[in-house]
Design a protein around this ligand. Structure first.
Ligand SMILES: [Zn+2]
Length: 480
């Protein structure tokens, strides 16, 4: 099922929404405000996180994309909202912006980018579609005649998704139909030109090589000639014409040439994506061959890819040898540290893993993957109180980190603190926008036979708060 078809959800009205489906309220033409956009995006994103099998739930890859994306967003004068970048495991070359600032990138596109500036150019283009509200403006120009068809299709798609693992054949059929309609929702030439123009500005201000945009788009266009009618997805949603490329080149020509080295994490993330595709043995063979024939631009990248592949093949000793080579090459990255710790853990050396993770997290405090690994390892080592302290500290700095919140619930469970366990779990659901589930958990917390008076009154207060919020949502739904 293609994620792109999701934005047909925009056409939904509450009357047709079955229970358990993302409830977007009434969204009609001309009524697509930034607030509504964000709500639509949040609902779709939750669905992707929970149900989309290709969603790449890797904190390192996600962390990298968000660092790269934020660097560009910081240069935008129009960006007045949060952005979230995520990856899907999909070999096709595609990237897309959903309403509300959620930007998805296919792993195929990340691997195909030959420089970090090239990858940044695609993100900059997508960010500009979001800041200019192109999706909303495009939908507002759809003819009224198409709306009923879009509506019925969107309902069918949602229904088929509602039962996970349900009727795949039907889902595929619907996806096929949706792809046809999707075609009519492609961005107009004017929007493409505007996204290119603003994208170039972002790239330049953020210190990337602006020529990355023309070189990447030219390569995408070459791909599309090979594919004939089956052009890479990116070109279908962002029609690329010779005129558009010429336009980009005209803008770039007067600007000074700038050589920008790729960050190490760009290289490592691409190696990790490759190393985690196909069978572990094929990945090992592939990287070994690159190393033997010295077919690489970065030895660090290839050795890291080989180490990840060897770890997948459960050859931990050989993988550690590669990590040793990486240290010898003076490579330093949070991705290498978490791999090194993971290899220790896999050989039942929890103390050794902790010895790597603690200083690594001090050095890269923003790296979520290291923080999760530290908590997991402390729990595995029976250091439950220490694990709890880490989750409390981390949630103070990153209060919307649902995964850390879930780890805290797990930690409370290990401590046998039932009230706190349900209370933590309730916060996970709040962060995911699932208020009914949050209420269930808080009611379980109320019934827990542990917890002191103070903790119980905190639970009561939080439950009242969430119930009010839930009631407001129901009222809003009825008003429409
Ligand atoms: Zn575009």
């Amino acid at each position: 099922m293609r994620i792109r078809t999701f934005f047909l959800l925009l056409m939904l009205t509450p009357a047709v929404l079955a229970e358990g489906l993302p409830d977007l309220g009434e969204i009609s033409q001309g009524d697509f405000s930034p607030v509504v956009e964000r709500r639509v995006g949040e609902a779709i994103m939750l669905d992707i996180r929970l149900h989309e099998p290709t969603y790449l739930d890797d904190p390192e890859i996600r962390g990298y994309l968000n660092r790269l994306g934020s660097r560009l967003v910081a240069q935008s004068l129009e960006a007045r909202q949060d952005f979230e970048f995520f990856a899907l495991r999909d070999a096709t070359l595609n990237a897309f912006a959903m309403p509300g600032g959620y930007i998805g990138v296919h792993s195929g596109l990340i691997v195909a980018a030959q420089s970090e500036s090239e990858l940044a150019s695609v993100l900059a283009h997508e960010i500009s579609h979001v800041t200019q509200h192109h999706l909303a403006r495009q939908l507002n120009t759809q003819s009224q005649a198409q709306l009923p068809m879009l509506l019925s299709l969107a309902v069918a798609i949602l229904a088929s998704r509602a039962h996970a693992g349900g009727d795949f054949a039907q889902g595929a059929l619907i996806a096929g139909q949706a792809a046809g309609i999707q075609h009519q929702l492609n961005y107009s030439r004017d929007f493409e030109r505007e996204a290119d123009r603003l994208g170039i500005l972002l790239l330049d201000r953020a210190g990337f090589d602006i020529r990355g945009m023309s070189s990447f788009f030219e390569r995408l266009q070459k791909f599309s000639r090979l594919y004939e009618n089956n052009a890479p997805g990116y070109l279908r949603t962002h029609p690329l014409t010779t005129e558009r490329i010429a336009d980009i080149e005209n803008r770039i020509r007067p600007m000074p040439y700038r050589q920008v080295p790729d960050s190490l994490d760009f290289l490592l993330v691409r190696a990790k994506i490759r190393a985690t595709e196909g069978t572990p043995q094929d990945a090992v063979t592939d990287f070994e061959e690159q190393l033997r024939e010295r077919k690489f631009t970065s030895e660090i990248m290839v050795r890291y890819g080989l180490a990840v592949s060897l770890s997948r093949a459960r050859n931990f000793v050989a993988a550690e040898r590669e990590v040793g080579e990486l240290r010898r090459l003076k490579a330093s990255s949070p991705l290498i540290e978490s791999l090194a710790a993971d290899l220790r853990k896999n050989q039942n050396d929890l103390a050794g893993a902790l010895k790597i993770l603690r200083p690594a997290l001090d050095r890269y405090p923003q790296e979520r993957g290291l923080a999760y690994a530290l908590v997991e390892t402390l729990l595995a080592d029976g250091q439950t109180q220490a694990a709890l302290r880490v989750t409390v500290d981390e949630l103070q700095t990153y209060p919307t980190d649902a995964q850390m919140q879930r780890l805290q619930a797990k930690t409370y469970a290990a401590l046998g603190k039932r009230l706190q366990q349900h209370r933590s779990l309730a916060e996970v659901y709040v962060l995911q926008g699932q208020l009914m589930e949050a209420i269930d958990q808080l009611q379980l917390a109320q019934k827990a036979d542990d917890g002191n008076f103070y903790e119980h009154s905190q639970v009561d207060a939080r439950l009242r708060e969430i119930k009010v919020r839930q009631a407001e949502e129901v009222k809003e739904k009825k008003r429409q």
